[in-house]
Design a protein around this ligand. Structure first.
Ligand code: SF4
Ligand code: SF4
Length: 84
């Protein structure tokens, strides 16, 4: 049912936004190990991460939902997400 699906999606978005506003995640990148492969960028559902001029940057930390998918896919284990 379309309306019900939309309510569920809005509820999920509200939960993510509420979490982001109350506690901003701290995203720590070990630049000695990061080779800017972009795998974390590709999987991040909130578009928190971006590669700029060959370097990984955190563009929207307030949007992070702490799903930790970026940590799971990183081949160099050089990104960490913590609650601030
Ligand atoms: S997946 Fe790991 S190595 Fe690749 S850009 Fe992200 S933090 Fe850097
Ligand atoms: S924890 Fe999830 S939302 Fe946050 S930066 Fe990593 S992949 Fe993106």
């Amino acid at each position: 049912m379309v309306i019900r699906d939309e309510i569920i999606i809005l509820t999920i978005k509200f939960t993510w936004n509420f979490k982001g506003e109350s506690k901003m995640a701290k995203i720590i990148i070990d630049y000695d190990e990061c080779d800017a492969c972009g795998e974390c960028v590709d999987v991040c559902p909130m578009e928190v991460l971006i590669i700029v001029d060959g370097k990984l940057e955190v563009q929207h930390p307030e949007e992070c939902n702490e799903c930790e998918v970026c940590m799971d896919v990183c081949p160099n284990e050089c990104i960490e997400v913590e609650e601030d």
